[in-house]
Design a protein around this ligand. Structure first.
Ligand code: SF4
Ligand code: SF4
Length: 181
């Protein structure tokens, strides 16, 4: 999916999609949770000029929607997936647990999205080489958000994460292969 990017906004040191999004392409395949072999951690793609088309067109929501820098995935620990943008769903792919999960900013942003009628899903990666799991949590979060109950919201987010963590993760079946260069 090709989305218009926010002018001037760069990934900077973030490489979280190159780590947590699985790729299964003819020229590049890597399991979920393993940093791409072409990626320099904290710096970016070492084959930028010849990277696969998928890498050219896939961007997280932080690159396409005005969100605070604190939302950048390497800072927040959350990749907001772009998949549901056109259908009105925000998927928070929680790849690392940080203080951001207890922040006013997360509460306020999710409250704003829910107020706009968007649906919210939470997803987590499992061990390296397994498919992420996700759950639509719109109805579960709404009572706390509607009541302005930030502590209740945080408790519900933590309960969702605990429940997803307990899931039986399915192998993604992707074998690592690098032939871009
Ligand atoms: S997760 Fe987003 S900000 Fe981070 S490298 Fe990927 S597109 Fe850039
Ligand atoms: S080829 Fe480059 S952009 Fe694509 S996953 Fe690997 S490091 Fe990231």
């Amino acid at each position: 999916m090709e989305l218009p990017l926010i002018p001037g906004r760069e990934c900077g040191p973030c490489v979280e999609c190159c780590r947590f999004i699985p790729l299964d392409l003819p020229e590049l395949s890597k399991p979920t949770g393993r940093l791409c072999g072409y990626c320099v951690d904290g710096a970016g793609c070492s084959v930028h000029a010849v990277r696969p088309q998928t890498c050219r067109t896939w961007f997280c929501v932080w690159r396409v929607v005005e969100l605070d820098t604190a939302w950048r995935p390497d800072v927040s620990g959350i990749i907001v997936r772009p998949d549901g943008l056109l259908t009105g769903e925000m998927t928070l792919y929680v790849v690392r647990r940080t203080e951001f999960l207890r922040s006013d900013l997360l509460f306020d942003t999710v409250a704003q999205w829910l107020g706009e009628g968007l649906r919210i899903a939470i997803s987590v990666p499992g061990p390296v080489g397994t498919l992420p799991v996700r759950a639509d949590v719109t109805e579960f979060l709404l009572p706390a958000v509607g009541a302005g109950d930030e502590a209740g919201f945080v408790a519900r987010v933590e309960a969702v994460l605990a429940s997803l963590d307990a899931h039986e993760f399915e192998a993604d079946g992707i074998e690592e292969r690098y032939s871009v260069v």
